[in-house]
Design a protein around this ligand. Structure first.
Ligand code: NOJ
Length: 546
């Protein structure tokens, strides 16, 4: 089962994608109308971030009903229409499976609170005394519930109680939820923080005085994780569904256990390593971008998974600020946006493109913390209250907030960026007049059209899809160069991460060879023989080795 290997996906965060019913909130009517656009990018599938009913404490990642659609987004019937149309267009659909926790407004939790005799009593993790774990979002990981007279565990916000996966009934619920969506016709799942679902027996204390992650060793890749994952795998296999796990803090070794061998339970794992080239967790410590760090992370995963498993390729999603504002350069917006596309779309794996990434949307800088909606941004602003002055904390939010990925999609330069006829639920980035889909549709060198051409090129080439990977000059601070090889056909990808010109020396084996330039991002550079790369220039050469 590896139909996903030659595909690429587009991630839709529905609330900010397109408002089809005119209430200021993106919805499935808007998605329905934009499916041709999604298809035009050249992707083969869509991952929907959660679109289920939710009180939105964590914008959909706090689910109150797993078998329905949030009324803001439409109905199950409308979802079925989207699904059918997507399938007609040749687009697969994968859903977000969020089962580490539910919303506290979920019926199960409301019942569970009622007491120990309740049939849902053991659906959650209740204790008389909390341990010392922190929540990843706010304060301690335990909240006292008056009605039950006990504390419940919440690794995320207190409105996201953790499910007790050790309870076979809970695992059965998960399998039933999977079946519900698979029977409807969806093609797989992205599984939220799936490496956190099995907690160590007895819930021992974690490392004291380590904020946020002190308890993680007792719930990351926990004792029964692979047994539980095997149960879910069986369901997915029956439907030939793809399973993509999100693995915060996963290192390569532990990821391999999910991806290979007898314990294989996932087709791909979303790694975070390459997203920490400018930070230690986006919201905690911001560092200057290090290309060497980025390349090191990418190369490790590329090399380790070659022939054994498959990579998720991504630079953005709803949890990360915009990539041009991080690893690129807003002053070289088009150049760095296209270079970043070229730099990752030719790696080995399945590319994911997050809405707006394909047109180079950038971070938004809102004037005060009160303008932000994301719980993680707001709570982290508070977390650093006693250490940092407000300007510094606001700066941290500007560079790291997940809200930068959640501003409304910029369709054109009309009011509200063409996202909605009325005032949108969240701020539109004021740069929408320049950065929007419409202005890029017909421009050959636009970010949008480079994404399109890269995806098309990738699809046509066995080397780019399945070839091996080797990096050159790993310690070079401003140049990323790698080759992909399949039989005699080589591709050499060269990306400049510099705002200055730089001269590039080809690796020995390519010198004197006939190189065909098959992708480039700078107009007038089609010759491809100049060793000098202009700021953020990227080129891809094809070469036959006989
Ligand atoms: C990972 C999701 O991607 C993120 O948006 C969410 O806040 C946490 N998991 C908790 O569900």
């Amino acid at each position: 089962m590896d139909w996903f290997k030659e595909m690429s996906f587009y991630q839709i965060w529905t609330r900010s994608f397109s408002d089809g019913n005119g209430d200021g909130i993106g919805d499935l009517y808007g998605v329905y109308d934009k499916l041709e656009y999604v298809k035009s990018i050249g992707v083969d599938g869509i991952w929907f971030s959660p679109i289920y009913p939710s009180p939105n404490a964590d914008y959909g990642y706090d689910i109150s009903d797993y078998r329905n659609i949030h009324p803001d987004f439409g109905t199950l019937e409308q979802f079925q229409k989207v699904l059918n149309k997507a399938h007609r267009l040749g687009l697969k659909i994968i859903m977000d499976l969020v089962v580490n926790h539910t919303s506290d407004e979920h019926f199960w939790f409301q019942e569970s609170r009622k007491g120990k005799d309740n049939p849902y009593s053991d659906y959650y993790i209740w204790r008389d005394e909390p341990n010392n774990w922190d929540s990843l979002f706010e304060g301690k990981a335990w909240e006292y519930d008056e009605m039950r007279g006990q504390y419940y565990l919440h690794l995320f916000s207190k409105k996201q109680p953790d499910l007790n996966m050790d309870n076979p009934k809970v695992r059965q619920e998960v399998k039933d939820i999977m079946k519900f969506w698979l029977d409807m016709g969806v093609d797989g799942f992205r599984e939220d923080v799936i490496n956190f679902i099995s907690k160590r027996e007895g819930l021992p204390d974690g490392i004291p005085f380590v904020p946020a992650i002190g308890g993680m060793m007792h719930y990351k890749d926990g004792p029964h994780i692979h047994e539980y994952m095997a149960e879910f795998r069986k369901v997915a296999e029956r439907y030939h569904a793809v399973q993509i796990g999100e693995g915060p803090m996963t290192n390569l070794n532990s990821a391999m256990r999910y991806l290979t061998g007898d314990s294989k339970s996932l087709d791909m794992m979303i790694s975070f390593d390459h997203m920490m080239a400018d930070c230690l967790f986006t919201e905690y410590v911001n560092l200057p971008f290090s290309l060497v760090r980025f390349k090191h992370a990418v190369s490790r995963w590329q090399t380790a998974l070659n022939g054994k498993s498959w990579n998720v390729l991504y630079l953005e999603n709803h949890d990360h600020p915009r990539i041009i504002s991080r690893y690129g350069n807003e002053d070289f917006w088009r150049e760095s946006g296209t270079m970043l596309a070229i730099c990752y779309l030719f790696l080995q794996g399945t590319p994911f493109i997050y809405q707006g990434q394909e047109i180079g949307m950038t971070n938004i800088k809102l004037p005060t913390i009160d303008h932000y909606k994301d719980i993680a941004s707001r709570k982290n602003y508070e977390r650093f209250l006693s250490f940092e002055p407000p300007e510094k904390r606001l700066h941290r939010v500007h560079v790291s907030s997940r809200d930068s990925a959640r501003t409304p999609m910029q369709w054109d330069n009309s009011k509200n960026a063409g996202f909605s006829p009325v005032e949108p639920w969240f701020y539109v980035n004021p740069n929408y007049k320049e950065i929007n889909v419409k202005s890029q549709q017909d421009n050959y060198f636009s970010i949008l059209n480079i994404y399109r051409r890269c995806l098309a090129l990738r699809k046509k080439s066995k080397t780019l899809l399945h070839g091996s990977y080797r990096e050159f000059y790993p310690m070079h601070p401003t140049l990323y160069m790698y080759e992909r090889v399949y039989e005699k056909i080589h591709y050499l990808v060269i990306c400049s991460f510099s705002e200055k010109k730089q001269t590039v020396t080809l690796p020995k084996e390519y010198q004197g060879k006939k190189l065909q330039l098959v992708m480039y991002n700078i107009a007038g550079h089609e010759d491809g023989s100049d060793p000098v790369f202009t700021p953020y220039e990227a080129r891809v050469y094809r070469c036959r080795f006989d």
